[in-house]
Design a protein around this ligand. Sequence first.
Ligand code: G1P
Length: 280
Amino acid sequence: MTTSQILRKCLFPAAGYGTRFLPATKAMPKEMMPIVNKPLIQYGVEEALEAGMTDMAIVTGRGKRALEDHFDVNFELEAQIQGTDKETYLDGIRGIMQEASFTYTRQKSMRGLGDAILTAENMIGDEAFAVVLADDLCVHDGPGVLSQMLELYRQFRCSIVAIMEVPEGETHKYGVIAGEPLKDDLYRIERMVEKPAPGQEPSRLAIIGRYVLTPDIFDILRTTPLGRNGELQITDALAEQARRGCVLAYRFKGRRFDCGSIDGYVEATNYCYQKNQGSS
Ligand code: G1P
């Protein structure tokens, strides 16, 4: 079995409001914010496709219709530019639409990332899947973060979270892990805390928005008590999964931009702009 056949489905929780980008996100989903000329979600979908996943499952909410329209044909526009040199601008997105299928469901209320993932159960079923938080834009000159994680999943067949070391004083923004080092860049998780209060962090190893989850996570989520901010936290469910068996944390190769913050968004934009200049 090749790596690409092991995981087919990639889940994109995309119901959040994006309040930090108001007023830009008042009528536009935050996942549609462009980094140069591509919306954030498209970078995530491209990363999933590169890792061989073709079934994109997107959890949306009210006001998120633009996401569905983006991954669909726009007849009027396409008829208008057909045969002109502008048509090439659509090559990338047309390729994605050919390779990938898209399924959508709506999260009824904002009850946290764990709840968003549980909402997707009917789209995922009884198989392992990946999760991408599109706010976290990840880049790497070699294989993307999801490809790297799939390779590990092939070996270990358990849930895996991507982590990075964050500076002191930043851990309260993340799920933070403590674990036993297994080999280079790989830990077996012993503890996980969602957004620890300053001084309470078990380490400086923070989870970023890439997960591979085994489907037993759904049953665990159903019985996980509400956690930080009164929300159902995937971090808490993963901590339980780690207690029952094994969850790995992988310090990925590459760079991550926090596009949920203005600073990270601008950094990502500059990075991608420079990169595009270099390749054109
Ligand atoms: C979510 C997760 C958190 C993780 C973070 C990565 O938090 O709950 O564990 O560290 O994504 O971006 P959010 O940023 O949605 O508050």
